[in-house]
Write a protein that binds this ligand. Structure first.
Ligand SMILES: Cc1cc2nc3c(=O)[nH]c(=O)nc-3n(C[C@H](O)[C@H](O)[C@H](O)COP(=O)(O)OP(=O)(O)OC[C@H]3O[C@@H](n4cnc5c(N)ncnc54)[C@H](O)[C@@H]3O)c2cc1C
Length: 428
């Protein structure tokens, strides 16, 4: 049987952060990164804008500001970001303040989906040079903690310490691991909302601030803004019963590519459930399925002009004369998002959109498209045994799938933090 000091499941930023820290702290360690994809490495491929300011990406239940700041320093040392300049910030901040909205000043960089790929290739080359083994196209299926082995779709592998960091797509997989290990967890928080797409001229703030972070009341916020050569995309998910549903998302290529003049961003509301609702994830899945039902198996899209008039968008009206740009995710079904979204979520999001339109006039142009649903499944909240995200002897979790991050830099930081616990175990 193959045997490693440390196994890292998932080659996203959490896995990479852990791998670099382990090998740099202890170069003689025998490390395996296991990745179910045929290429590396998770969410670094998507847009790759990185935020370097607390609390963006850092769930406050797991991270205090001073902790995240010290890990962010390590992330910066490794990734060496070119922080983007911002302009006119105070103008927007003043307008926002008057309406009780906060515009947070975040240190950020943007590589674009193509730039992210170059970064991944560089990082993987570095890890290979440091003699870290990387098994692509191999999926962890289960774990036997008594024998300290994992079972993949190809073999059994023994570990001394293991980090499981399978990202949002591994949300359900990590739940199955927790069930088999007897680790308690909650998944009572979800983020749900819409993806907004419009012309850059209708949301010109993105020329001054790449990913402006607005925080509204009722736990609504802007999230993951993309512009330049920006596209709305759909992510495929399956329920336990193998039913398909989609969540929309967005990304952009680096500015070296042709500019399509569009921008997109998510408007998300965080919903925290209490008893008797057992699973926020199940609630979100049901919303995803409801949207599929209405959209004939596709996400929904609606022009703001139609929404304001209380009309559904239709194929025949979707490209009327006021609607002066084509959707980048044109496979969605023109429809009525207000029929699919719970009214409280819709009310809060629409109120925030109106406030945003006062701060950045133009975003509610009739042509602006609202895509639904955008669902974030990173709300697993395992019961951690220590500060290094240990869930059982020699077993650690990190990244978005384990609820320790909500973005690239925090995922990387949480990988480092977990790896510090792994180091303690392998050097005992
Ligand atoms: C379209 C899109 C755009 C985004 N844009 C940004 C952005 O601009 N900035 C930002 O900060 N965040 C962005 N994000 C979020 C970001 O990608 C995540 O926060 C981050 O990648 C989480 O890192 P992670 O290591 O936890 O998981 P991931 O990056 O998802 O990596 C997990 C890896 O584990 C692998 N895996 C899963 N299960 C198994 C298994 N059983 N066995 C082996 N391997 C497995 C997966 O294939 C995956 O490669 C975006 C996400 C999407 C989908």
């Amino acid at each position: 049987m193959d045997e490693y000091d440390c196994i890292i499941v998932g080659s996203g930023p959490a896995g990479l952060g852990a791998a670099f820290n382990l090998i740099e702290e202890k170069p003689d360690l025998n490390i395996l990164i296991l990745e179910s994809g045929k290429t590396s490495s998770g969410g670094l491929r998507n847009d790759c804008k990185m935020n370097f300011t607390y609390p963006i990406g850092f769930p406050v239940e797991n991270w205090k500001k001073d902790e995240s700041d010290s890990y962010l320093k390590k992330v910066i040392t490794k990734l060496n970001p070119e922080i983007l300049e911002k302009n006119n910030l105070q103008v927007y901040q003043k307008r926002a303040e008057k309406l009780g909205v906060a515009l947070i000043n975040i240190r950020q960089t943007h590589l674009g989906t193509d730039g992210g790929l170059l970064l991944i290739n560089k990082l993987i080359r570095e890890l290979k040079d440091l003699e870290v083994s990387i098994a692509l196209g191999e999926t962890m299926v289960s774990i036997n903690s008594d024998r300290k082995i994992i079972i993949t779709d190809k073999r059994e592998i023994a570990y001394k310490a293991i980090l499981i960091a399978p990202g949002r797509k591994g949300f359900r997989f990590i739940q199955s691991v927790m069930d088999s290990l007897g680790v308690s967890y909650m998944d009572h928080i979800i983020d749900i909302g819409i993806r907004v797409e419009t012309k850059v001229e209708h949301y010109p703030i993105v020329r001054d601030y790449y990913d402006p972070k607005f925080m509204f009341s009722e736990k609504v916020r802007t999230f993951c803004t993309n512009s330049g050569n920006a596209h709305v995309v759909q992510e495929k998910y399956k329920t336990v019963h193998d039913e398909l549903y989609y969540s929309v998302n967005g990304h952009a290529y680096s500015t070296e590519r042709e500019n399509n003049g569009l921008t997109n961003f998510a408007m998300l509301k965080t919903v925290k459930f209490t008893a008797p609702l057992a699973s926020g994830q199940q609630f979100a899945v049901n919303l995803g399925l409801q949207a599929m039902l209405m959209g004939g198996g596709k996400p929904l899209m609606q022009r703001v002009g139609d929404f304001r008039l209380g009309k559904r968008s239709k194929d025949s009206t979707f490209n009327g004369d006021l609607y002066d740009f084509k959707p980048t995710l044109g496979t969605c079904c023109p429809g009525d998002i207000s029929l699919a979204m719970p009214s409280k979520i819709l009310r809060n999001i629409w109120k925030s959109m109106k406030l945003l339109d006062t701060i950045v006039p133009g975003v509610l142009h009739p042509s602006t498209i609202m895509y639904y649903p955008e669902i974030k499944l990173y709300a697993n909240k395992p019961e951690f045994l220590d500060n290094n995200f240990r869930v059982k002897e020699s077993i650690f979790f990190a990244g978005d799938g384990a609820g320790t991050s909500r973005g690239i830099t925090a995922a990387w930081a949480s990988g480092i933090r977990a790896s510090e616990g792994m180091l303690k175990e392998v050097t005992l």
